[in-house]
Design a protein around this ligand. Structure first.
Ligand SMILES: C[S@@+](CC[C@H](N)C(=O)[O-])C[C@H]1O[C@@H](n2cnc3c(N)ncnc32)[C@H](O)[C@@H]1O
Length: 208
């Protein structure tokens, strides 16, 4: 996500009381942080943050953690989150490090409109690339569970292959999410691409 730096981004991040400044100390203890045993779901690459905020509002009995690697984007997401919620925290980190932060305590990972990295030499940066799937292995509490949506058919097609080659079962695959009868919180990118006439691809996959 290309976004300009803002003058106040450091201050916004520093003063945010729902952004976990040192997430590494909570490894294996995130249920204690939330003070309950409700499932914990991650969104990796939250962008401007609408999805994670609306999901946390819609599902008060599920805990949500939003992951984002860029300061300027994270500051924007913090501003989107109008009200602090007991079931929502943010972490500013690259997804490559997630297995240093979580130890078998995550129920679901959401990947919404992840960067497509279409060039072959850049494919490794894709959040569904097997290198990332390996990182995610240690995050899940029980069954591994990934939900993805994207406008990008190249990334989507390759992700189906990455996931099934890695042993995931594809439980649900759609090339037109809008025509599915499921509760769907639209992300900022989703609205943008739907507005341009793109159909949204969706998958839901699990692995024992
Ligand atoms: C194309 S944007 C989509 C944002 C949002 N999910 C949406 O649908 O509107 C992708 C986001 O993922 C973030 N991102 C990409 N790679 C990441 C990584 N390795 N770790 C954490 N965040 C990442 C980017 O900074 C960007 O904010």
């Amino acid at each position: 996500m290309r976004m300009r730096n803002s003058k106040d981004q450091n201050e916004v991040i520093e003063s945010c009381d729902f952004l976990i400044k040192d997430p590494f100390v909570f490894k294996g203890k995130f249920k204690e942080l939330f003070n309950n045993s409700n499932p914990i779901r991650l969104e990796i690459g939250i962008g401007k943050g609408r999805f994670i905020y609306q999901m946390a509002l819609a599902y008060p009995n599920i805990n949500f953690i939003g992951i984002e690697k860029f300061d300027n984007v994270m500051a924007k997401a913090i501003k989107t989150i109008a009200k602090r919620l007991p079931n929502l925290y943010l972490i500013k980190v690259d997804a490559q490090k997630l297995n240093e932060i979580f130890d078998h305590e995550i129920e679901t990972i959401y990947l919404n409109f992840s960067d497509p990295w279409p060039k072959k030499r850049q494919n490794k940066r894709r959040l569904t690339h097997p290198n990332f799937l390996k990182v995610y292995d240690d995050l899940f509490e029980d069954k591994k569970h990934i939900v993805m949506k994207t406008d990008n058919i190249g990334l989507f097609a390759d992700s189906l292959v990455y996931l099934s080659n890695y042993g995931y079962t594809l439980n649900d695959v759609s090339l037109d999410l809008d025509n599915k009868d499921i509760f769907n919180v639209k992300t900022e990118y989703e609205e943008k691409f739907e507005g341009k006439g793109f159909k949204i691809n969706y998958l839901e996959a699990t692995k024992d």
